[in-house]
Design a protein. Structure first.
Lengths: 251, 262
């Protein structure tokens, strides 16, 4: 279980998180919505300890992330796959080496036969052809880079998956492909996921629970139905803005 | 007038705080590096790759600089030469100037630009494209994967490059001094050996190692702490070159005082 209690974070004068509380239970997929620049990615990086809160608690599996020692945090991170917004692939390595680096167990990492089989399995899971393994990140499209990023995140068979804007910068067709992939992986691998996005439609398709981050606080956390029916002005404004942008796009 | 009275201490205060902050962060980085040394299986192969890249990649510029440095030293010695001095002194002058000073300092300053810029830009780009965050999120240590191999590669390769540079520069100096002054090979060799102390060679290598360590550590530190996109990478690359060069000059003075004039 992932639990955040009263998490606060500021960068200089700018307050980004102002007392965030939320819970993600085992097996759930939570979509964290919010306009750009509201601190969704910052919040996600608190979960695996990439960013430390100024105040509040971040708990993963009843472990207080902020109080973990260096090696304990490294160990916890091997159970949390993180999919970065732009893939964050190591550009000097090919796809095989990138995905292999996701094998957190050093023995498995050094066992080349196992690594080759596991990388091939992960690439298949994210619908990438085996030949992709030999390519460099610069030779891949945006959608492929994101899928390689997902393959790397799942290579170590994590218990949790954190997705940072997995569909941003993609055309609607590719965004739907990634949404479907996230949904399928969550089911097939049985992981607990948190997906940061500003794509409401994608979030409703993929997630069991939805939360809206606005002005440093979680305004609402609930099922997609509860979200749609909410009378909270911030939720309504966010949904209306999303559908307006959809209509203008369609027009 | 009153405002400038306030401004100066404020400026000095900010500068001191900035320096202390850098010093603290570099100290923490060094602690991380010492901890990361335990992960031998990670950093050893990467160190050899880095060393090969840094060494072979820098060899052409090192050979070029050494050849020109040796040539110019010989030509200037010829210009300033007084016939009242024994001619074998030229062998001493050229060899000692190159081995004690010109070889390590010139090569150190040039490689501060070449290796320092490369390290800072590589790590800076990795920082702004979240590759370093990605490494940490995989439970892996950036110290053992990225920084230790680079710092050790520059610390070990700089002495090797300086030894090569010393040999080439002395050879070039030997050849060109014979073109401008009536000195024989045996005169030059006699002069070079007459005042030669094995410590001179150790001193050259010690200087080169300390310059290599400074270049590796400072450039990796600057790159690792890059902020704000492409502009940040530019800033940290420039800072890496300038800081490494200044530190090389400071170390050069410090080592001359400690090791040559204790």
């Amino acid at each position: 279980m992932i639990e955040l209690k009263g998490v606060r974070k500021r960068f200089g004068e700018q307050v980004v998180l102002d007392g965030v509380d939320f819970v993600v239970r085992e097996g759930e997929t939570l979509a964290l919505l919010g306009p750009s620049g509201t601190g969704k990615s910052v919040l996600l990086k608190h979960i695996n300890g990439l960013i430390r809160p100024d105040a509040g608690k971040v708990m993963v599996d009843d472990q207080l992330v902020t109080s973990l020692k260096r090696h304990e945090l490294a160990e916890l991170r091997t159970h949390i796959g993180y999919v970065f917004q732009n893939g964050a692939l190591f550009d000097s390595m090919n796809v095989f080496e990138n995905v292999r680096l996701g094998l957190s167990d050093e023995n498995k990492f050094n066992d080349m036969a196992y690594a080759e089989a596991r990388v091939a399995e992960c690439l298949k899971l994210v619908n990438l052809a085996p030949e992709t393994a030999e390519k460099l990140p610069a030779q891949l499209s945006g959608g492929m880079r994101k899928r390689v990023g997902i393959a790397r995140a799942i290579a170590g068979a994590p218990k949790y998956l954190l997705y940072d804007e997995p569909t941003s910068g993609l055309d609607p067709v590719n965004a739907n492909v990634i949404d479907a992939l996230v949904k399928r992986l969550d089911k097939e691998l049985g992981v607990t996921s948190v997906m940061v996005t500003h794509d409401v439609r994608g979030a409703f398709n993929v997630a069991d629970k939805v939360a809206l981050l606005s002005e440093g606080k979680i305004v609402l956390q609930g099922t997609p139905e509860e979200f749609r029916e909410s009378t909270d002005p911030k939720v309504k404004a966010f949904l209306e803005r999303d559908f307006e942008s959809d209509n203008s796009f369609a027009a | 007038m009153e405002s400038s009275v306030i401004r100066l201490p404020r400026f000095v205060g900010r500068l001191s705080l900035g320096f202390l902050a850098h010093f603290g962060r570099i100290s923490l980085l060094v602690v991380e590096l010492v901890r990361g040394l335990a992960e031998v299986r990670i950093w050893v192969p990467r160190m050899f790759t880095e060393a090969a890249t840094v060494g072979l990649g820098s060899l052409p510029i090192v050979v070029l600089i050494a050849a020109f440095a040796g040539t110019v030293t010989a030509l200037q010695a010829g210009y300033q030469w007084q016939s009242s001095l024994p001619v074998y002194v030229l062998g001493t002058l050229i060899t000692n100037t190159i081995v004690l000073e010109l070889g390590p300092v010139l090569i150190g300053l040039v490689l501060a630009g070449r290796i320092g810029a490369r390290y800072a830009a590589e790590l800076g780009t990795m920082r702004v494209t979240e590759q370093i965050d990605a490494l940490e999120s995989l439970g892996r240590s950036p110290a053992s994967h990225l920084i230790i191999p680079r710092v050790l590669a520059s610390t070990l390769m700089l002495p090797i490059l300086v030894i090569i540079a010393d040999v080439i520069a002395v050879g070039a100096g030997w050849y060109f001094v014979k073109q401008v002054l009536p000195i024989t090979n045996s005169d030059f060799a006699y002069g070079a050996r007459y005042y030669w102390r094995p410590f001179d060679a150790y001193y050259s290598v010690i200087k080169a190692m300390s310059f290599g360590l400074a270049i590796g550590l400072l450039s990796c530190y600057m790159g690792f702490n890059t902020q704000q996109g492409a502009e940040g990478v530019g800033k940290s690359t420039t800072a890496a070159i300038v800081t490494s060069s200044v530190v090389i000059l400071l170390l050069n003075t410090l080592l001359a005082k400690i090791l040559l004039n204790p």
